[in-house]
Design a protein around this ligand. Structure first.
Ligand code: 13P
Ligand code: SF4
Length: 354
């Protein structure tokens, strides 16, 4: 649906009033009505890197989800305030690893005698607590665009990796990019005693994958890939690495949201694409590239929005910008100092990857 013109005008006016005091970041999964007000758009790596690009901005309005806003707070100055337009915009995958569960997992690894050889690698899609755990234990953060580099780095530091919290990104990167076998990976289930693993299994494994996943990308199946290949002969299947291994293995191309956009920009006219990622982004790309004769469809037949990304809508953005313009600091995301210190170590290791 087109955005309410009155709200568009109010957002524009509030943003103009704030001027250089506000810096608006927008993740590629955001709604069109929100993304039109972003000063910078990007995948989670680009947004983490660019968060500190405007040190003079008092407010950083993060149109994305909670873990992204926390990371922006960690990576920006203490005088800069990060604001999330709806505090209920979380990420179900990030919620699948709590600090208590991860501390218990480390005890299990210690009992099994392997903790000394394990380097934690945590996906950006995790809470600041998990990032701090990672920093304390000599590990790094990664995103879907640098997971290979992060794993290469980690295997220079130690013999095994504990990959949190997305089992699919961990497995896909280990198998596709590092040439490991599926047998090199085990899955640690935080809801089972000892993660459901024996000490022997932990000693034999190279990749210890946390049992977390994205429910949005989990909807794509091998059937969706086979169906679309039948429906659209010659179609290129391009998916996000949060998809299940069998989907990634059957796809032609795999990459982050930024990679997906670049691949479609470079695609020749007349080419056909089925995209396996969140629907706001796929629809925007389909509309953008249709005039150039590129046919872009959603990989699955059912709709697949990320419900928490979608919580940031134009009414929330207007309320946020108008509140800030009136001097009311709302919905601030602030990570405590100790957590920030260790989480920053892990994030800075990621930013320093070659
Ligand atoms: P990107 O890093 O590819 O933008 O992915 C973020 C995300 O949440 C995917 O579900
Ligand atoms: Fe989290 Fe999945 Fe939404 Fe990304 S798409 S924010 S991983 S729930």
């Amino acid at each position: 649906a087109p955005s309410d013109p009155d709200l568009v005008e109010r957002a524009r006016a509030a943003k103009e009033k704030l001027g250089d005091k506000v810096f608006v970041l927008g993740h590629h999964y955001q709604r069109d009505e929100v993304i039109q007000f972003a000063d910078v758009t990007g995948d989670s790596f680009k947004l983490a890197r660019d968060a500190a690009a405007r040190p003079e901005a008092e407010y950083i309005v993060f149109c994305g989800v909670h873990f992204m806003a926390e990371s922006a707070d960690i990576l920006t100055g203490d005088d800069q305030k990060v604001v999330l337009p709806d505090l209920a915009a979380g990420c179900s995958m990030a919620d699948m690893a709590t600090a208590e569960q991860v501390a218990e997992c480390w005890d299990v690894l210690t009992e099994a005698g392997v903790a000394d050889t394990v380097v934690p690698v945590s996906y950006m899609n995790s809470s600041a607590d998990i990032k701090a755990f990672t920093g304390r234990h000599g590990g790094t953060i990664c995103t879907s665009s640098n997971a290979k580099k992060a794993l290469d780095w980690a295997f220079e530091q130690g013999e095994k990796v504990l990959f949190l919290p997305d089992q699919h990104l961990g497995r896909n990167t280990a198998v596709r990019d590092l040439g490991m076998s599926l047998d090199d990976c085990v899955v640690y289930n935080p809801h089972k005693p000892n993660g459901g693993l024996t000490a022997e299994e932990l000693r034999a494994a190279k990749m210890i994958l946390w049992r977390g996943h994205c429910s949005v990308h989990g909807r794509f199946s091998l059937d969706s890939v086979n169906d679309v290949r039948e429906r659209i002969p010659g179609v290129n299947v391009l998916v996000h690495p949060e998809c299940k291994h069998e989907v990634v293995a059957a796809a032609d191309y795999v990459g982050s949201t930024e990679y997906i956009i670049k691949a479609l920009e470079a695609a020749p006219a007349g080419s056909k694409w089925a995209i396996g990622t969140e629907l706001n982004l796929v629809r925007r790309l389909a509309n953008r590239f249709a005039p150039e004769g590129k046919e872009i469809v959603f990989l699955d037949k059912t709709v697949c929005f990320c419900s928490t990304m979608n919580r940031i809508d134009l009414p929330h953005l207007v309320w946020t910008l108008e509140s800030l313009a009136e001097g009311n600091l709302v919905n601030r995301i602030q990570v405590d100092q100790e957590t920030e210190h260790f989480a920053k170590l892990a994030l800075e290791r990621m930013l320093a990857l070659p």
